[in-house]
Ligand binder design. Structure first.
Ligand SMILES: Cc1cc2nc3c(=O)[nH]c(=O)nc-3n(C[C@H](O)[C@H](O)[C@H](O)COP(=O)(O)O)c2cc1C
Length: 336
């Protein structure tokens, strides 16, 4: 008999779809979600996802090979739709017979959805609005992740609790919907499963797992942080668009605000063209996540983290985090 019968019953569709013991995905985190963490999550009963990020096709090829050497459990690959080599990256996933491709960072082109599906792999997409979700599901997406603004990394404007109330009653009966953003404990997982979610996706809670290669200083910053320290980046000037990112406050986030003011001033004085000004803002954070995760530069790097960071207090093996989440969910459901 299962150790978590009530949770497992509610996760049945998600588990079937993912092929994992539990319908708990570890959302792709650039630089963090590489072979070690991905394999540890999948070996621990969850579903790991490689973050391709800005990797070249050759690097992705090596990362998938490396992950396969560490686990024989299913895992997925997350591709950013605006990557210039998206087609080649898909071909690498197809070559390796990756079972699930997650398309993130914008509306996925129909041709990429088709190319993935033709290989027999499942396509998972993000949808910020119900209308777009319906359209993507009609065009062949196999499952949906809804991600609220509590999450770490790039975020939309709506909270997970509101997205869940909007999307789940409308879609969850006929479609597979995974809920992400702000989940730190199993009680919340139980709640979303009861609302019809097929499973959940967490990032922040897993970023500091023992198997995560994130720098010790990055992990210590997470352990010290409270929910209120994980703030969304702010746009200072209407002419200079900023895609909101949730990260821990540090010197870099303060200087980003100052940089926007400085560039806006230069624009006011007509000393710079609009396109050049916008590019300076867009490029400000280039390489910043790597600086924090790999180099441990917690002052100037980007410490992307969700509001659940306050619940991350120590390094634990991924399998232990997953078991704890399942236990908390089961206790909550048993108490009902
Ligand atoms: C450090 C970090 C990096 C992330 N990088 C990516 C990424 O490259 N692609 C992506 O689709 N999502 C990315 N995310 C979002 C996660 O995949 C996941 O959906 C999110 O963390 C879930 O919300 P939570 O942080 O509240 O658990 C990132 C999140 C974090 C914390």
């Amino acid at each position: 008999m299962s150790t978590y019968p009530k949770t497992q019953a509610l996760m049945a569709r998600g588990r079937d779809f993912l092929g994992s013991d539990h319908a708990i995905m570890c959302g792709a985190m650039s630089w963090v979600s590489e072979r070690n963490l991905v394999a540890a999550i999948s070996n621990g009963g969850g579903f790991g996802v490689i973050a391709c990020g800005a990797m070249t096709p050759e690097l992705l090829d090596a990362e998938i090979t490396g992950t396969k050497a560490l686990t024989d459990r299913p895992f997925g690959v997350n591709l950013i739709t605006m990557h210039p080599d998206l087609g080649d990256l898909i071909a690498i996933c197809v070559k390796h017979e990756v079972g699930h491709v997650v398309l993130a960072g914008g509306v996925p082109p129909r041709c990429s959805v088709e190319a993935i599906k033709q290989s027999g792999a499942k396509v998972v997409v993000f949808a910020p609005t119900l209308a777009l979700a319906k359209k993507l599901l009609r065009s062949g997406a196999d499952a949906l992740v809804i991600e609220g603004m509590e999450a770490g990394g790039h975020i939309g404007p709506v909270s997970t609790s509101v997205l869940a109330q909007e999307f789940l009653p409308a879609l969850a009966k006929e479609h597979l919907v995974f809920v992400a953003g702000g989940i730190g404990r199993g009680e919340a997982i139980a709640g979303y499963l009861e609302m019809g979610a097929a499973g959940v996706q967490l990032g922040t809670r897993f970023a500091c797992a023992s198997e995560s290669i994130a720098h010790d200083r990055f992990k210590q910053a997470f352990f010290r942080a409270n929910a209120r320290d994980a703030v969304a980046s702010v746009q200072v000037d209407a002419r200079l668009p900023v895609i909101p990112v949730r990260a821990l406050k540090n010197k870099g986030t303060e200087e980003f605000t100052a940089k926007q003011r400085e560039v806006a001033g230069v624009l006011d004085r007509e000393e710079i063209a609009m396109a050049e000004a916008q590019l300076q803002i867009e490029h400000y954070w280039a390489g910043a996540l790597r600086r924090a995760v790999i180099d441990g530069d917690t002052e100037n790097g980007s410490l992307m983290a969700g509001q659940s960071v306050g619940m991350v207090k120590e390094e634990e093996p991924a399998a232990q985090i997953i078991a704890r989440l399942m236990e908390e969910s089961e206790t909550a459901l048993t108490r009902r």
